[in-house]
Design a protein around this ligand. Structure first.
Ligand SMILES: Cc1cc2nc3c(=O)[nH]c(=O)nc-3n(C[C@H](O)[C@H](O)[C@H](O)COP(=O)(O)OP(=O)(O)OC[C@H]3O[C@@H](n4cnc5c(N)ncnc54)[C@H](O)[C@@H]3O)c2cc1C
Length: 370
């Protein structure tokens, strides 16, 4: 029998899960107060880099490596099923060192990665200059991690929504869930302000807004919004070749000359506006990495609210309070990187396949009585 599933939220998580479940034979209904991809997803830089400096947690890195290993196939299937093109490149990232402390830290990271059999090369300034001739001449070297890359997140998300619809998923826009509750026979109900849906399973994938949805007999899920701002510059196509990280930000160069510059990390509640101060800071960060960007035209500013749980890992698994409810939220800074692993784990839960060991690390129980 085809399980019926309501997916609450149409960000990258909700849309890719809807696609996977519809393709696997579920009857899928997606509820979304705006249009697909308008939450944190629209601001995302789309970097696929589990082994960058900021990711201190070994568990996050291990799960991230597992997820990006699924990416080639994930994109191939989405392209084929949606007919959409999706910009996706796995040509590596550079992490620049500007001080002797940075050099020591990044060389140490390169050694640690090699022990884990992850290719990582330390590039001396002379050689780096040949790789990225426009990058700052103050760089004292760079760590190159070839397995990393990036994806254009809005096109990925819209492709997933289109492919989900092709497999019969129904998207209801302008509709937010208010309450999720148990029904007889293990079914689950979802109420909006003026309608109710009944399903075999419900997936809560409302990102930063997950805490606003009442789940019967459960605590409010402790997911808070962390604002990120990102600007888009325009330069000559091919001027910058790969993702470049530095101490104050990063650049994601698209082949058409667009350069995404990120990002801020701000605890300001549900405020999705951008600020002049952040724009100035991001421009300065871009120029510190590639000085020629001082003259680049700014073509956009985006903000998004990253959904942060008690740690930096997603909250993903079955609810104890409402059997049939599955949480898939709190992807924080890595919802794009974690997308293929997320859809695989959710699909296995929906179709009662053997439990994946990763689920114990992502268990909702660590975030309260859920
Ligand atoms: C500036 C910035 C840069 C980033 N860069 C990266 C990166 O390089 N790599 C990476 O992996 N990640 C990155 N991220 C993080 C990534 O964007 C998020 O982890 C990801 O978008 C979360 O996806 P989501 O679908 O859970 O949430 P969202 O995209 O926020 O989607 C949640 C959806 O739920 C909807 N919703 C709200 N209330 C309700 C309701 N009551 N009922 C139904 N639906 C509801 C919202 O409208 C929204 O569409 C970045 C984020 C930001 C802000």
């Amino acid at each position: 029998m085809k399980p019926s599933v309501v997916v609450v939220g149409a960000g990258i998580v909700g849309c890719t899960v809807a696609y996977e479940l519809a393709k696997s034979g579920a009857q899928v209904q997606v509820l979304e107060p705006r249009a697909p991809g308008q939450g944190a997803t629209r601001a995302s830089a789309g970097i696929l880099a589990p082994d960058i400096e900021g990711h201190g947690s070994m568990l996050l890195r291990t799960l991230g490596r597992r997820s990006i290993a699924l990416y080639d196939d994930f994109i191939a299937r989405l392209r084929a099923d949606s007919g959409h093109d999706i910009l996706y490149q796995r040509n590596g990232t550079f992490d620049l060192a500007f001080s002797s402390g940075d050099v020591d830290r990044l060389q140490e990271l390169a050694r640690a990665l090699s022990k884990d059999h992850i290719a990582a090369n330390w590039i001396e300034p002379r050689d780096f200059d040949r790789c990225e001739p426009l990058a700052s001449k103050s760089a004292r070297g760079a760590l190159f991690i070839p397995s990393h890359g990036f994806v254009a997140v809005t096109s990925l998300t819209l492709a997933a929504a289109a492919a989900a619809e092709k497999y019969g998923a129904v998207f209801t826009a302008n509709t937010g869930a208010i309450r999720i509750f148990s029904l007889p026979d293990g079914r689950v109900g979802v109420a909006s302000s003026n309608r109710q849906w009944d399903a075999d399973r419900v997936i809560l994938a409302a990102g930063s807004w997950s805490s606003m949805i009442i789940v019967q007999d459960a605590d409010r899920i402790p997911v808070k919004p962390i604002r990120g701002q990102l600007i888009q510059l325009q330069t000559t196509p091919g001027a910058i070749k790969r993702v470049i990280w530095g101490p104050d930000g990063y650049l994601v160069p698209w082949p058409d000359g667009a350069v995404l510059v990120g990002s801020t990390v701000e605890d300001v509640g549900f405020d999705e506006s951008h600020t002049d101060e952040a724009v100035a800071r991001l421009k300065a960060a871009a120029v510190s990495l590639v000085p020629g960007l001082a003259n680049a035209e700014m073509t956009g500013v985006r903000t998004g609210l990253r959904p942060k749980g008690p740690d930096e890992l997603p909250i993903l698994g079955r609810s104890k309070a409402v059997p049939g409810l599955i949480y898939s939220t709190a992807h924080y800074r890595n919802g794009v990187m974690f997308a293929p692993l997320t859809v695989q784990l959710v699909r296995d839960l929906i179709f009662d396949r053997p439990a994946d060991p990763a689920l114990s690390d992502l268990d909702p129980a660590r975030a309260g009585r859920l």
